[in-house]
Every structure is written in structure tokens, then in C-alpha cells.
Design a protein around this ligand. Structure first.
Ligand code: C2E
Ligand code: CA
Ligand code: CA
Ligand code: CA
Length: 279
């Protein structure tokens, strides 16, 4: 709000008003998008050391009838703010698990794992564990093939509560990966307490591996730390052979990035899998 005279705040700020209107318009649109099934999942391959696809990350897209494909960065923050991330997140989970179940009957896809992004608000919701459990049972998937990607921003508040939620799902076999690792503010001591299966090196470090000495050191440190803590490590945003070679030399053996494949709709992903050896 702008100052209008001494100690008086003028509550009507045209900029603020515009922002509020834009937000509520967006909220209406997102609700509509859910009801009209305008959301879609793209799948990006995750490969091993030999370049063989071992899994995928599900990435949300909004197919707007007028504006075309909208990326999650342009609507997830508003979905988080408005709470719509809860039903949207549930849709993502249901759709991804349904897909995983469909792949079960195909030898080239049976053993694939599927990573899903979980937003902070979604994870903090009291029904989170129950929702995931229900989706697992309803879909009939093998829970060990499901990987939930958390971010460091979730590691706030009561750490025991977070651990309990993770443990409850780990009992079913669900895996956990820490996304964007290295960009957050969580302390290493709290991270160490979490029952994580994987660290995912943020793409900003991967991007600068060859050009920036500090990034190279950070990446090496994350890889060493993951291995010392008994976790897997995967690098995201791998775009060049140079980056891949560096990672390889430093014993990061899982990759995701444009070098191996961009996120694509499910039919295209399945086409790509036709050239993949049976796992
Ligand atoms: P993220 O989880 O870190 O996902 C990786 C992002 O990097 C994706 O952007 C992906 O398309 C992009 N990417 C993958 N490989 C490369 C590469 O080699 N180079 C470059 N420059 N980029 C690459 P996308 O799909 O736009 O997603 C952005 C973010 O939106 C995600 O970041 C994630 O935080 C969020 N998001 C996506 N889907 C969901 C979802 O279903 N639920 C929630 N809560 N968040 C989601
Ligand atoms: Ca992710
Ligand atoms: Ca990431
Ligand atoms: Ca990211």
C-alpha cells in the first residue's frame, strides 16, 4: 500500500488490486482446468550409466485451450498459495500411478520407476500419507517403483513429523528423493535424519560444472556425501557430453536431462522406450 499522508496508509493501490484480480482469475481458471481435465503429465527419462532408461519423472503441463501449453512455473506457485495444489497434486499422483500400472504388463517398462514432484503444502497436509496410500492400493502399483521428490523447503517445523510421514510411506516401499539438492537452506544435520533414498543434484550446479570451479566442487561433494550416507545420486539438467563425463568420472551414475531426452507426452515416451533394452 502507498503512504497517503502522515501515518495513513492508502489501502487502494491499483497495482495491488491488479495483482489480486489476476490471482483470483487464475484461481478460477485452475479450478476450471481441473474440472475440464486440461492437465497432462509429460515424462522425462532417467538413465543409468549405460544410457539405459530406468525410470521417468512426471512433469505437469496445463493445456490451455487458448494459450496452449503452460509450464508449471507459471501456475504451481498460485496453486500452492490458493491450496489448489492439493487436488492438483492428487490428480498428478493418481494419473502417474495409473500410468505406472499400465506399464507393468510390458516387459520394456515393467521395472521402470516413476518420480513425482510433491509440493510443500501437499506434503504438509495432514491427509498426505493416507492419500498416497489410497492411490497406491487403488492403482495396484508396486510401491517400490514410486519415488516422491521432496524439496529442502519442506524441511521446516517439526522434523519428527516429517520423518514419521516418510517412514509410514517407506514401510510400503515408497522411495524418496531430495530434489534441487544444494539450493535450499536445510541444515545437513536435519537432512541426515531424513530417510532419503536419493539426492538429486540441482541443475544449476550441473550447468556450470565445466565452467565454474566452485560448482564442480559442490557436485563432487554432493556425490561423496550421498555415497557416504548410503544414498543414490542423480544429476538433473544434463545437457552435454562434457557434463556427463565429469559426473561419470566422479561416480554419479544416474542422469536426467536434454542430453538423454526432454519431457514428452506419454505416447512419445513409449515410442522412445521401444528402443530401450528390457530391464
Ligand atoms: P524440477 O522438479 O526441478 O524439474 C526439472 C525441470 O527442469 C523441468 O521443468 C524439466 O523440464 C527441466 N529440465 C529437464 N532437463 C533439463 C535440461 O537438460 N536442461 C534444462 N534447462 N531444463 C531441464 P518443468 O517441467 O518446467 O518443471 C518446473 C518445475 O515445476 C519442476 O522443477 C517442479 O518443481 C515443478 N513441477 C513440475 N511438475 C510438478 C508437479 O506435478 N507437482 C508439483 N508440485 N510441482 C511440479
Ligand atoms: Ca523434480
Ligand atoms: Ca529439480
Ligand atoms: Ca528445479
Amino acid at each position: 500500500a502507498k503512504k497517503a499522508g502522515r501515518n495513513n496508509i492508502r489501502f487502494f493501490d491499483p497495482d495491488m488490486q491488479a495483482a489480486v484480480e489476476q490471482r483470483s482469475t487464475m484461481e478460477v481458471c485452475l479450478n476450471h482446468a481441473l474440472a475440464q481435465q486440461q492437465f497432462m503429465l509429460y515424462y522425462q527419462p532417467q538413465v543409468n550409466n549405460d544410457g539405459v532408461i530406468v525410470g521417468a519423472e512426471a512433469l505437469l503441463r496445463w493445456l490451455h485451450p487458448v494459450n496452449g501449453i503452460i509450464n508449471p512455473a507459471d501456475f504451481i506457485p498460485i496453486a500452492e498459495e490458493t491450496g489448489l495444489i492439493i487436488p492438483i497434486g492428487l490428480w498428478v499422483l493418481e494419473t502417474a500411478c495409473h500410468q505406472l500400472k499400465l506399464w507393468e504388463s510390458d516387459t520394456a517398462k515393467t521395472a521402470l520407476h516413476l518420480a513425482i514432484n510433491v509440493s510443500s503444502r501437499q506434503f504438509q497436509h495432514p491427509d498426505f500419507v493416507e492419500q498416497v496410500t489410497t492411490v497406491i492400493y487403488k492403482s495396484g502399483i508396486n510401491p517400490t517403483q514410486l519415488k516422491l521428490e521432496l524439496t529442502e523447503s519442506m524441511v521446516i517445523g517439526n522434523i519428527n513429523e516429517i520423518i514419521n510421514k516418510m517412514q509410514a510411506l517407506k514401510k510400503l516401499g515408497v522411495k524418496f528423493s531430495m530434489d534441487d539438492f544444494g539450493t535450499g537452506h536445510s541444515s545437513l544435520s536435519s537432512l541426515k535424519k531424513l530417510p532419503l533414498d536419493q539426492l538429486k543434484i540441482d541443475q544449476s550446479f550441473v550447468h556450470d560444472i565445466a565452467s565454474d570451479h566452485d560448482s564442480a566442487i559442490i557436485v563432487q561433494t554432493i556425490i561423496a556425501m550421498a555415497s557416504n550416507l548410503g544414498m543414490d545420486v542423480i544429476a538433473e539438467g544434463v545437457e552435454t557430453e562434457e557434463q556427463r563425463n565429469f559426473l561419470n568420472e566422479h561416480h554419479c551414475l544416474n542422469f536426467q536431462g536434454y542430453l538423454f531426452g526432454k519431457p514428452v507426452p506419454v505416447d512419445q515416451f513409449e515410442q522412445i522406450l521401444k528402443h530401450n533394452p528390457d530391464l
